[in-house]
Design a protein. Structure first.
Length: 486
């Protein structure tokens, strides 16, 4: 078989591989939980005034830190440790009977706004009005508005009022609401579309225990109309399965990132028309997660670099024509259905196809520049007609050479099941092989050796092993995993 590859064992953890070149790092956000990853709106951008002040020396920076700490203490805002500060203790009266001069309020407005930007939310900034008349309504001029607390039942109402009273141009809006009303969400989007220049992030939190009830009553609630954000660069909406109506006309001229999650598209939605080059000329990244109501999705864009599609319930046909596309993730979009897809992406470098695959109805093209391939999970033991295994084998046969291949191998219920790895008789030339192994109390070393035997070009082997694989869990003596295999 030639020289053995360099193998690296790495126990499985909840975080992806530390290898910076690993495509597991680019896994869709929905698979790793939490909010969307690698998107810029989640970090507050520093203003030009703050940068200029920093250039003047450490003394000014320490002064700014002191001002912020004093404000946090005065407003009882939690500090770095997360504990709520006790109310400040009033200093004893000045023996001379004279009031101390308010030096903070004497600062210019742009400096005060820079201070308010460092507070954790727009509500905290608004509470500075109690300090002095000088601070009243100052918070409404903030270029960034944050309403991050889903426990606040008036989060959308507060953000709507702030948008109505705010400056004509805002850089960033972030709102986290709880079981939002569609009317409030639509009004916030309408106001934001006319003012936001950088990023809009709106998340409607729906508890998992109420998800089915929310989805069931979504059809009876009003739909949210999405206006055209002609000035905004990034639009991130996690709507908690509210119904969404896409605009029939208008352009998203400067939009570079569009992320739609937990959304239910209304009626015969032609999302492809909205995503076209004519209406989204600057779009670079598209993310659609946990969406309903898309039966036919046609994406034709000359600017897209990354497309991430995950859990598109009811999708029947997918078309992607993107001459500049570099990354394509397809995860559980055709689950238990015949996949129908036509992909034209001649410069594609990274493909994650974690879905059923059938070369008779899925056209991928040559993909001559593909370097990274992550496939669907592969059952080392099971039934020969297991659909995902068949699709994975056929997908691997589509390529002759791959720099990096990632696979998940696991044994499902072993009763009366057979060894399936022999169905994979041929692999493309692989330089780096990453296997994520899930033991489920069974022996799967044979699966690993089979992969090494049929691909002699492997130079590096990474094993992401589930912690359970190191346990000496008992397995029935007659289990198929103990039987010898060639």
């Amino acid at each position: 078989m030639g020289q053995w590859p360099v193998a690296k064992w790495r126990p499985f953890s909840s975080t992806p591989s530390a290898n910076p070149n690993s495509p597991w790092l680019a896994a869709p956000a929905a698979l790793v939980g939490g909010e969307p990853r690698n998107l810029q709106p989640y970090e507050r951008s520093s203003t030009g005034e703050v940068e200029e002040m920093r250039s003047r020396g450490d003394g000014v920076e320490s002064t700014m830190r002191g001002i912020c700490e004093n404000l946090r203490a005065a407003l009882c805002i939690p500090g770095a440790g997360g504990n709520r500060r006790p109310p400040p203790t009033l200093s004893p009266p000045d023996p001379g009977g004279e009031r101390r001069e308010d030096l903070i309020s004497a600062l210019p407005d742009d400096v005060l706004l820079s201070v308010l930007l460092r507070l954790p939310s727009a509500a905290a900034a608004a509470r500075t009005s109690v300090l002095s008349r000088r601070w009243r309504r100052l918070w409404a001029r903030l270029p960034e508005l944050w309403f991050p607390h889903p426990a606040d039942p008036l989060a959308l109402a507060r953000s709507r009022a702030a948008l109505a009273a705010g400056p004509p141009a805002l850089r960033l809006l972030r709102v986290v609401a709880y079981d939002a009303d569609p009317g409030d969400a639509a009004e916030v989007l309408r106001l934001a579309a006319a003012r936001l220049t950088r990023a809009v992030f709106i998340r409607n939190v729906v508890p998992e225990c109420r998800k089915k009830a929310v989805v069931a009553r979504a059809g009876a609630r009003a739909a949210v109309g999405l206006p055209c954000f002609d000035r905004t660069e990034q639009l991130i909406l996690c709507l908690g399965y509210l119904r969404l109506v896409m605009p029939l006309s208008g352009a998203f001229a400067k939009l570079t990132v569009l992320h739609l999650a937990n959304v239910r598209f209304q009626g015969a939605c032609d999302l492809g028309d909205v995503l076209s080059t004519a209406r989204c000329a600057s779009l670079r990244k598209l993310v659609l997660h946990d969406a309903q109501g898309l039966s036919n999705l046609a994406i034709c864009s000359e600017s897209l670099l990354s497309v991430d599609l995950c859990n598109l319930e009811g999708l029947q046909q997918l078309t992607v024509v993107a001459p500049m596309l570099r990354e394509l993730f397809i995860v559980n979009c055709f689950f238990m259905r015949q996949p129908v897809a036509d992909i034209s992406a001649p410069v594609l470098e990274n493909l994650r196809w974690s879905d059923v695959y059938d070369p008779r109805s899925v056209q991928l093209g040559e993909l001559a520049q593909l370097r990274i391939l992550v496939t669907c999970c592969f059952a080392g033991y099971g039934l020969f007609e297991y659909m995902k295994n068949c699709g994975t084998v056929l997908l691997l046969q589509h390529f002759q050479k791959i720099a990096f291949l990632g696979m998940l191998i696991y044994p499902i219920n072993m009763v009366n099941y057979q060894y399936l790895m022999e169905a994979t008789a041929l692999l493309p030339d692989i330089e780096n092989l990453n296997l994520c192994l899930v033991r489920c109390e069974h022996v799967i070393g044979t699966c690993v050796f089979h992969m090494l035997k049929i691909s002699t070009s492997i130079r590096r082997l990474d094993l992401d092993i589930h912690e359970g694989i190191k346990e000496n869990a008992a397995c029935s003596p007659g289990c198929v995993c103990h039987q010898p295999h060639d």
